[in-house]
Design a binder for this molecule. Sequence first.
Ligand SMILES: *[C@@H]1O[C@H](CO)[C@@H](O)[C@H](O)[C@H]1NC(C)=O
Ligand SMILES: *[C@@H]1O[C@H](CO)[C@@H](O)[C@H](O)[C@H]1NC(C)=O
Ligand SMILES: *[C@@H]1O[C@H](CO)[C@@H](O)[C@H](O)[C@H]1NC(C)=O
Ligand SMILES: *[C@@H]1O[C@H](CO)[C@@H](O)[C@H](O)[C@H]1NC(C)=O
Ligand SMILES: *[C@@H]1O[C@H](CO)[C@@H](O)[C@H](O)[C@H]1NC(C)=O
Ligand SMILES: *[C@@H]1O[C@H](CO)[C@@H](O)[C@H](O)[C@H]1NC(C)=O
Ligand SMILES: *[C@@H]1O[C@H](CO)[C@@H](O)[C@H](O)[C@H]1NC(C)=O
Length: 868
Amino acid sequence: MLSNSLIAVAALLANCVSGQVSGQTSPPKYPAPWIDSNFNWQDPSPVPTNGRTWADAYDKAVEFVSRLTLLEKVNLTTGVGWEGGRCVGNTGSIPRLGFPGFCNQDSPLGVRDTDGNSGFPAGMNVAATWSRSLMYARGAAMGAEHRGKGVDTQLGPVAGPLGRTPEGGRNWEGFSPDPVLTGVGMAQTIQGIQDSGVIACAKHYIMNEQEHYRNPGASNDADGVSNQQGYSVNLDDITLHELYLWPFADAVRAGAGSIMCSYNQINNSYGCQNSYTLNYILKEELNFQGFVMSDWWAQHSGVASALAGLDMTMAGDQGLASGDTFWGSNLTAAVINGTIPQWRLDDMVTRIMTAYYKVGRDVTSVPVNFDSWSLATTGPLYAQDPNNRITTINKHVNVQANHKQLIRQIGGASTVLLKNTKKALPLKKLKSIAVIGNDAHDNPAGPNACSDRGCSSVPNGYPIWTLAMGWGSGTANFPYLISPITALSQQAAADHTSLKNASNNYDFTAIAKAATGAEAAIVFVNADSGEGYITVDGNQGDRNNLTAWGNGDALVAWVAQHNPNTIVVMHTVGPIIVEDYKNNPNVTAILWAGLPGQESGNSITDVLYGKVNPQAKSVFTWGKNRADWGTDVIYESAADPLQIQLSEGVFIDYRHFDAAGIEPSYEFGFGLSYTTFAYSDLRVVKQKAPKYTPNKGKTPSAPTFGTLNTNPAANEFPKNIDPIPLYVYPYLEGPVPEGQPEDVPPGSQDSSPQPVAPAGGAPGGNPGLYDILYTVTAEIRNTGSVAGTEIPQLYVNLGAPTDPVRLLRGFDDIEILPGRTATVTFELTRRDLSNWDPKSQNWVVTSYPKTVYVGSSSRTLPLSQVLP
Ligand SMILES: *[C@@H]1O[C@H](CO)[C@@H](O)[C@H](O)[C@H]1NC(C)=O
Ligand SMILES: *[C@@H]1O[C@H](CO)[C@@H](O)[C@H](O)[C@H]1NC(C)=O
Ligand SMILES: *[C@@H]1O[C@H](CO)[C@@H](O)[C@H](O)[C@H]1NC(C)=O
Ligand SMILES: *[C@@H]1O[C@H](CO)[C@@H](O)[C@H](O)[C@H]1NC(C)=O
Ligand SMILES: *[C@@H]1O[C@H](CO)[C@@H](O)[C@H](O)[C@H]1NC(C)=O
Ligand SMILES: *[C@@H]1O[C@H](CO)[C@@H](O)[C@H](O)[C@H]1NC(C)=O
Ligand SMILES: *[C@@H]1O[C@H](CO)[C@@H](O)[C@H](O)[C@H]1NC(C)=O
């Protein structure tokens, strides 16, 4: 391994010279691919219960789009402006056909800005279960709640940020810095959401890896520096394909109806007008058939973004309630004067409507019955309207069903047991326990007291209550929040256990008093982060440090000094430095509970008392020092825009620790159970797979649907409309600019048949990538005395000196009774064994010998074999 890692480090350095240069640019790629009318590929995504195949959905969309006028088509592409409707994003409507506009609503963990909804565990938590069925069930439950509120598009799940740096503020919204685990999380969540009849929106595409400087200073985002442009992430083609794009490929393959382009720049071109990442990578190579929606005000141009592949702009205005728009009137004018060809407009709308029919919105849709801007029952229909057209805006529909059971289950199944000595856990009926730390307690003002869960001014400068969600737009209101102290008090009462508590992290006298003499002292600590528009205790979204918040580390040491059976529970958004906890002999157990959602206290009590046997494995690496990760957020920049050079290439998280030979406190994939498992009998069977053939040929030419009346007079503002203030409309405002022929990128208006990408051919890429080349099986025996669920993991080494030491490629969750043996089966696809070759723009299986490893974590891999 050692020589291997040294070579990998050398390769890593060599990598630096090949494609991370300050100021490097994305190659232009035009025209924007039109939706595939052939659909002669096999639909890789399962057909949703209420939904249709892509081909059927396309036919319905074409029939619909063909009937629309220019203004109606533009209406579906453009948001009506900030707070112009009741959802966080609303497009124009088509009153003539009784078609309401699209309702696009946050968040990846529940319906945001309303009531009657559930507060689900974060994406990171469901990843920690490593359970496909729980990922799917969570997606389906969230989708059902969005459907019940009248939402068309749920803005999630998240694969960007992937988690390049542990400090990244929004990492918890996604799944894991490992692209395979994240890819499975994306696919399962998307299928769950869409099977419930709601369009999923995979976001933020792409390289949205830190909060600092993500946005231009002028766009009303509290990112600090004014007039600074959004940062540019500069990366090479291999890193893009083998790491950051991977989970988006899974999202597209799973049938995601929409993708949200990101705030940041990639190779110095903004995410929502980068023709290379949108037109080429997403729509051509990954064969994405749905629509690209902008992040809120991530659009910075009208014509350029349309030609680069953007299909829907949100919130529709140029800035927050600015009243002007890049599209709307401007898009109508650009189509009339011929700058945007009709086929491009038709393609935008056809993509939007295909996604709509694909998930069965025509069957599942109910009218919007909530209001993002108010929880009151009545209020202004248009929040920006001074005329206050007061009406019923909230019907307070309860959409929670029995989801609390699933939430409690995921909370327990996502709690990672990192340390368990002296048989500390599970707890038996004890005489006495102490529950210590502010993180065990309720916010006296209620769980939703902090707007978007971000409290910027609180006593002591940090949230002094239990953490069950990060902050920002990726949140939802809690219907209630079961704190640890509530659930543990109930358990203690049932067991006749005396319970003492100390809630102030700084009151060491009270803490010593509570901890001393208790049979077990359970100490809760936390660390929070979120989206950059809210700053909490000086943390502008991204975390400033990797330690516990609010005196947490001193608290743990102090409790351990007074109690030799100290059990640490962490509610954190990612890793914190736990080496001192790990080495403290009085800390007998350490659990990571992440961000478990509304049933937090019940979930942790289930695990502590053994009602649930932990199955979770860490979805990131726990380093001993901040520098161990080798990557960090850039907090200060003199350069405009900030240039983030991905000099580490694909070596993030465990790939970096392994390559650099750094021992972590706890490795990626690590987690204990109340039982033990033994691995044996690795078998590798080569499968007969067809030869890999590059995708060849040409697309049909771009279709148009219906004839547009481009006479300006037909597209003017109707005299009978009383315009709503700051509202974005599709009607012409003033004369259509007819100046010099527009300086549009070469090829961008070309509707003739286009060559296809060799790595393309079907959603998610060339279907041959998903051929199974090997099946790998192993036997796992439960060698302990209780039933438990094991997460067997398969890693590969791809053999080249430049490859990571090991890469996760498979996992499963298998429940095994004591003394019993179960067989785990992994299927290794061509993609799993390939490297990206920039030259041929395709995946290749290199001739280097490849090794598979099977075991219980990224560093406990008892079984291995070279692939035949
Ligand atoms: C970024 O630029 C590098 C260097 O020119 C190039 O290899 C890579 O493909 C580009 N990637 C994107 C997404 O533009
Ligand atoms: C466009 O959408 C707005 C907002 O829903 C609506 O008032 C208007 O009538 C629509 N225009 C057309 C031409 O359908
Ligand atoms: C059209 O775009 C231009 C340039 O950004 C802007 O000044 C103008 O206000 C836009 N028109 C409308 C109606 O928003
Ligand atoms: C915590 O302990 C204090 C006494 O120190 C008590 O008043 C309070 O009710 C306890 N809180 C809970 C939630 O048990
Ligand atoms: C780390 O940041 C948190 C939150 O701002 C703060 O409470 C804590 O004191 C910081 N840790 C250190 C060691 O400064
Ligand atoms: C462990 O607990 C014992 C007994 O409470 C105490 O004497 C000792 O100092 C503690 N050790 C640490 C490292 O806190
Ligand atoms: C067509 O109209 C658009 C939107 O107003 C404008 O940006 C573009 O410059 C115009 N093109 C020509 C050739 O005048």
